[in-house]
Every structure is written in structure tokens, then in C-alpha cells.
Design a protein around this ligand. Structure first.
Ligand SMILES: [Zn+2]
Length: 409
């Protein structure tokens, strides 16, 4: 990766974006060096509010975090050196003046946003700027978005806001908020550039190319597929739904998919939940024997209940995210079959499943396969709209198997 170094190295296949961010970091360094404020950034390559968009896995949150690190970097020669204490703590998520906000459940609430706005309006404690990083700005509630907008419109002297969202669609980000930000669009990185990064991380060439090829341009996904047997097994399970739909086992297969997603979410969150609860109990003085402990415990029951609620919402979201990934894989597999049945010369998204997709293409008509793709996409949408996953998945299973059965070649 010639010409790219330090914190920006993690951005895959986004050279134009890297150029923009490096220039921004250099401009911010100059302003900070002369004790300037956000007002002094006007007309420079830096600005106080940014919006990073791009498909999942393209690296929008990596880009935002890299810029955050470069803003706090202690190396004047190369802002974003990746080696200094500021860079490493920002990347690790422990820098005192970088506040990253991720939704706990399905959304970012106004209460949380107001706390962040209040904290971020103070002067930086160790760094050069106060940075607020919102990885899922599309999950801001309307009120939370308004609280944030106010800060962006009347920026405190040293506060920089970095937002990430899938697109600039008003569904993802309010038009006003977007209009106040500098927009940086990321693209889907090529399989070749993803494979390069995996190899740089020590994964052998064959595995890296396979994972990059089936990841749909999602860098994190490619990494997981290359290194995590659970991720590989989950993918296999998702892709087996189409095969099962040609025989009788489709309901069992989708329900297994759901059970696996639930188990994975539970495992992912178990340690975190336990730690949070423990920390809260300690903070609330649980286990103390002094006077006043009983009273404190009565008041703390509500806080523990709140935490439990947030943890439950986080679990729900993890299940949905895992299912969404599985459904994307399945839709891509059916699309591969459709492409093969029409003879179009397009790269397959699951080249290692070519035998299954050939069978599907020989089994059903292109119309039937298209109906199948639609059934899977409808299922994604239904889950996104809060339909119970088991209901949405069963409906999809019915849709796919009916389409395959009734639209035979
Ligand atoms: Zn640095």
C-alpha cells in the first residue's frame, strides 16, 4: 500500500478518501498549533462536522476513527502516525477526548445524546480537540438528532463531530444535519484489495482470496470468514436454506439458523453484560455494610432494571444483525443461481457454492428464482420493521419453497 501509512492504513481500497483525510488532519494540526478554534478552520481542508457514508464493511467507522486519531496525534510531521500514545488510545477507544457513541439497542436515545453534547462542549482534557464519533447516525432518534444538530450548528470552540451512516438518504440522516457536514462517500472495496489486507495480516493467500471473494466487499466479514470457524459454519447454514427448499427440510433449516443466531448473540454479549452489571453494582455500593447502604440499594433497583433493559435490546439487535448477514448471503446465492440460469457473464458471489447454484438453476425457472430472491429480501425488510424473526423466516421459507416447487423448469 504505497503512500498510505499510520492510522489510515486500515482503510481498504479508499485512496481518494485517505487523501482528503490526510489533508484535513494536516490543516487541523496547523490550527491547533496556533491555539485556534473551529472558527479558524473555515476555508481549510478541515471542518468541524463530517459525514462518512458507505455500504456496511466499506470502513466508514474505520475512516472516522482514523481521522479522530489523526486529530489528536502527537506527531507533528505525520498526523495519524499510528504509534504515539494519542493514536493508540483513540484506536483502542480509551482516549479521554474522543467519545464514541454506538446504539445500545435499536436506537440512540436523546438522553444519551444530551449527556454527550454536554461533555463534548467542554475544553479537551488531554487532546487538541473534543471529538464526538457516532458510528450509527442512522439510529439516532429524531430528538437525539436535533440535540446533535444544535451542537453542529453552534459548535463549541474545540469540538469536532464525526458521523457515520449507510447513505445520505433522509431515512438514514436528516437533510439538515447532512447539509451541515462535509460528506465523505466510501466505496465497496474490491476483492483484490481486501485479499491484500488479509494477507498483510498473516492469512495465507488461498484463504485470503476465498474469504475476500465471498465477503461481498465487506472487509470485517472477510476477516471473520478467514479466521473464525463459527462464521464459516453460519455461512454454510445460511446457504443450505436454498438446498433444503428443494426438498422438505426448509422450516427446520431456517429455525436452526435462528437458534444459531440467538446462541451467537448470547455468547457475544454474555461477558459484556456480566461486566456491566458488576460495575454498576460496585458503583452503587452493593455488598457494603455501612449505614445508608439499604437506602442506596432501594434507589439502585431502578438503575439495574434500566441496564437490564438496555442489555436485552442489545441482544435483540445482535440476533437481527446476524440474521441479516445470513439473509444477505442467501439472497446472493439465489442471485448466483439466477445469473447461471440466464447465462449472464457475471462474477458469482459464492463461487465455492457453484455446484449448488447450478442445481438450483437447472431445477427452477429464472422467474421462480427471482421470486425466491424477493422472498428473502422481504424477510430482511420484515425483520427490520420489527416482525418477529421466527415469523418472518417461516414466511420466507414458505415463499422460497413454493416458488421453487411451482416454477419448475
Ligand atoms: Zn500519532
Amino acid at each position: 500500500m504505497v503512500g498510505v501509512s499510520g492510522v489510515f492504513e486500515r482503510l481498504v481500497g479508499q485512496e481518494p478518501v485517505v487523501d482528503v483525510l490526510r489533508a484535513a488532519a494536516a490543516a487541523a494540526r496547523d490550527v491547533a498549533a496556533s491555539s485556534g478554534t473551529v472558527a479558524d478552520l473555515s476555508g481549510s481542508a478541515m471542518t468541524h462536522a463530517w459525514l462518512f457514508t458507505g455500504p456496511p464493511g466499506s470502513g466508514r467507522s474505520i475512516a472516522a476513527r482514523a481521522l479522530a486519531a489523526a486529530l489528536q496525534c502527537e506527531d507533528p510531521a505525520e498526523p495519524g502516525c499510528g504509534r504515539c500514545r494519542a493514536c493508540t488510545t483513540v484506536l483502542a477507544g480509551t482516549h479521554a477526548d474522543v467519545r464514541a457513541i454506538a446504539p445500545d439497542g435499536l436506537s440512540i436515545a436523546v438522553k444519551r445524546m444530551r449527556e454527550v453534547v454536554a461533555d463534548a462542549s467542554r475544553r479537551p482534557s488531554v487532546g487538541k480537540w473534543q471529538v464526538v464519533l457516532i458510528e450509527d447516525a442512522d439510529r439516532l432518534t429524531e430528538q437525539a438528532g436535533n440535540a446533535l444538530l444544535k451542537m453542529v450548528e453552534e459548535p463549541p470552540d474545540q469540538t469536532i463531530v464525526l458521523l457515520c451512516a449507510p447513505t445520505v438518504d433522509p431515512e438514514d440522516i436528516s437533510v439538515t444535519l447532512k447539509s451541515r457536514c462535509r460528506h465523505v462517500p466510501l466505496v465497496t472495496p474490491s476483492a483484490t484489495s481486501i485479499a491484500e489486507v488479509l494477507q498483510r495480516d498473516g492469512i495465507d493467500a488461498e484463504r485470503a482470496e476465498w474469504a475476500a471473494g465471498v465477503s461481498g466487499g465487506h472487509v470485517g466479514r472477510a476477516k471473520r470468514l478467514a479466521t473464525d470457524p463459527h462464521a464459516q459454519a453460519q455461512r454454510k447454514q445460511a446457504l443450505s436454506v436454498a438446498r433444503a427448499a428443494m426438498s422438505d427440510g426448509v422450516y427446520g433449516t431456517v429455525e436452526q439458523l435462528l437458534r444459531d443466531a440467538e446462541a451467537a448473540a448470547k455468547e457475544l454479549n454474555a461477558g459484556l453484560n456480566e461486566r456491566e452489571t458488576e460495575e454498576l453494582r460496585t458503583a452503587l455500593g452493593a455488598g457494603g455494610t455501612g449505614r445508608g447502604t439499604a437506602g442506596a440499594m432501594r434507589g439502585s433497583a431502578g438503575q439495574l432494571k434500566d441496564l437490564e433493559k438496555r442489555q436485552k435490546a442489545r441482544g435483540t439487535r445482535a440476533v437481527r444483525d446476524t440474521l441479516d448477514r445470513a439473509l444477505i448471503d442467501l439472497a446472493a446465492l439465489l442471485r448466483d443461481a439466477l445469473v447461471q440460469s440466464t447465462g449472464a457473464a457475471v462474477t458469482l458471489m459464492h463461487p465455492d457454492e457453484a455446484e449448488q447454484t447450478r442445481k438450483l438453476a437447472a431445477y427452477a425457472t429464472p422467474e421462480g428464482l427471482l421470486t425466491c430472491v424477493e422472498a428473502v429480501l422481504e424477510c430482511r425488510e420484515a425483520i427490520d420493521l420489527n416482525v418477529k424473526p421466527v415469523v418472518a423466516l417461516d414466511a420466507m421459507a414458505a415463499g422460497v419453497s413454493t416458488a421453487l416447487r411451482t416454477q419448475r423448469r
